[in-house]
Design a protein around this ligand. Structure first.
Ligand code: GLN
Length: 277
């Protein structure tokens, strides 16, 4: 019967009892292949059976804990629309702070060389490449699957000044030297209970955790980065709110100068940076 065909508003109302309203809107828009804003003007539209089935399937996966970004396959970051898969970390707003700090250290209208280690979906590398068209940006990842997502994201966002290399941290950089190296490496301690909660349960473990104190990857990057930086080149690392002091100490011990930690929007230590003398 026509009158019982559920409308957009009915589906959202029912779904809101199971998952957050904003997630329900995102997933319904995805099932309908429309931008989320479309729903507002179409609350009374009937939803055809095929779209309803797609929505119900997404809804039960979300209710079971799968991240919205993996269900819709996309995540906004900076001015980019990024594809994400379970092979990549879901880019976080905190990481936009790292991008800002990097841009403040890069010339706006001169060529420069930038590396993003462990690029995942390409978030950091592609945001910098977009904002600095004269920069040559090298994005690395040890994961072949992640690198394929990053390459697709460069194409999807029309970015042609980023290059992709597979390998561990600085090893992927060969003999080149960079004006700035940025990374959001894994920094959670193995065994941290947060790894068993929320979206983190579904993200690649290698992208999240790094050794018993969470600092294994950071130690390696700080040790190896000086050999890949031009004189006065910058290293910027994202890390956990309680790791600022430890990362500053590592950078100072490796000979970096002007070492400082910058807070995120919530005022917590988030990015530590330093310069090669
Ligand atoms: N660089 C990517 C990001 O910031 C991936 C980081 C990671 O996997 N640890 O989203």
């Amino acid at each position: 019967m026509q009158s019982t065909t559920p409308r957009v508003r009915d589906l959202l109302q029912r779904a809101s009892a199971m998952i957050e309203r904003v997630d329900a809107e995102w997933l319904l828009a995805h099932a309908l292949d429309r931008p989320p804003g479309w729903l507002w003007a179409h609350a009374d539209d009937a939803v055809e059976a095929a779209a309803r089935e797609r929505f119900e399937a997404l809804l039960s996966r979300r209710a079971a804990g799968e991240p919205v970004a993996y269900l819709s396959g996309t995540q906004g970051f900076w001015s980019l629309d990024l594809r994400v898969t379970p092979a990549t970390l879901i880019p976080r707003p905190e990481t936009e702070r790292l991008v800002e700090l990097a841009l403040a250290r890069l010339p706006a209208d001169a060529p420069c060389r930038v590396a993003d280690l462990g690029t995942g979906s390409g978030a950091i590398a592609l945001a910098i490449a977009r904002e600095r068209p004269m920069a040559a940006v090298v994005a690395t990842d040890a994961s072949k699957a992640a690198l394929a997502v990053a390459v697709a994201n460069a194409q999807r966002n029309g970015i042609d000044n980023a290059w992709f290399r597979r390998g561990d941290w600085c090893e992927a950089l060969g003999r080149e030297r960079f004006d700035l190296i940025a990374s959001n490496p894994p920094y959670i301690a193995l065994g941290d209970p947060h790894l068993g909660q929320g979206d983190l349960r579904h993200e690649p473990p290698d992208a999240l955790a790094s050794g018993s104190d969470g600092l294994d990857a950071i130690r390696r990057i700080v040790r190896d980065a000086p050999a890949h930086l031009a004189p006065a080149g910058w290293l910027l690392l994202e890390h956990g709110w309680d790791q600022g002091e430890a990362v500053r100490a590592l950078m100072a011990a490796a000979g970096f100068v002007d070492v400082a930690t910058e807070p995120d929007l919530e005022g917590r230590d988030r990015v530590t940076l330093g310069r090669r003398p």
